[in-house]
Ligand binder design. Sequence first.
Ligand SMILES: NC(=O)c1ccc[n+]([C@@H]2O[C@H](COP(=O)([O-])OP(=O)(O)OC[C@H]3O[C@@H](n4cnc5c(N)ncnc54)[C@H](O)[C@@H]3O)[C@@H](O)[C@H]2O)c1
Length: 300
Amino acid sequence: MLRIGLRYSENGSYSRALVAENFHRFLSTNTGRKLQDKVALITGAASGIGKATATQFINNGAKVIIADIQQQSGQETAKELGPNATFITCDVSKELDISRAVDFAISEHNQLDIMYNNAGILCSNPPSIVDLDLALFDKDMSTNVHGAMAGMKHAARVMIPRGSGSILCTASVSGVMGGMGTHSYSVSKFALIGMVKSLASELCKYGIRVNCISPFIIPTPIAMKHMSEIYRHLDAHKVVEIVNNLGVLKGAICEANDIANAALYLASDDAKYVSGHNLIVDGGFTSFKNLDYPEPDQVQ
Ligand SMILES: NC(=O)c1ccc[n+]([C@@H]2O[C@H](COP(=O)([O-])OP(=O)(O)OC[C@H]3O[C@@H](n4cnc5c(N)ncnc54)[C@H](O)[C@@H]3O)[C@@H](O)[C@H]2O)c1
């Protein structure tokens, strides 16, 4: 593996710089320090997937800025994660907040290597299109789509001059197939997957990779709030049980850490040639649909 990329220099010896670069990459992709000295900004990191990812990134040597609308839990999370975590209040639906969070990363650390647009909401819109509340539709779009677009815009602003960077966002299985979320939420997640491909087409020429992750349902606050509105008569444990039984992969449930692992992969040099990709983490759920054959003994 170390031999890949080695070239002879003019005097016939291997380039020391190239050997060192490859060795560094070899180490960073084969040890637990895949993001050594990298700076990451993660939106919606006060909770759930964002918090799990912040933890994973810090454990791999990164400095992480937690940008979240929830001030108290954001500050508590940063404290819990230690000196390599910093919190900034940020409402992603406001471009100025995003711009300030990116500028904060630069003023604190002089660089931004990873921008993870993870913050998202799921408004309680009625299931039928005929009852759609367009104000709630706009709200979903303003956090999930407008917020991620602003995040990508301002990340690109500081990454383009450096000629490198990794931009991520959290889409959803609801953006891969219809019928798995409210229309507003689903449409917003479809948009994110398109956004990733559109931006990857421009940013590749600056060495910036753009990818997204589409998780299956996980019982974090966003999903629990939605499910608890459907199952008002059940306690939280029962709702978690229902959520965890929705998957198709026997013997496993989808957890925030599964998404953090996917984000670590996409953010690190392990994915150095991956861009414009939607990494679906759903245990195979959206890959197939079984034909509902009647049992042979039930048909004449
Ligand atoms: N949990 C799931 O089932 C699931 C499945 C697929 C995709 N997702 C997506 O994963 C992402 C993270 O969700 P989660 O599951 O960790 O839920 P979560 O509720 O634990 O976390 C969401 C975080 O986003 C923050 N946030 C909300 N609006 C914000 C805003 N305007 N500005 C800044 N921060 C804001 C919240 O304060 C919270 O900390 C979301 O984009 C969500 O749509 C979740």
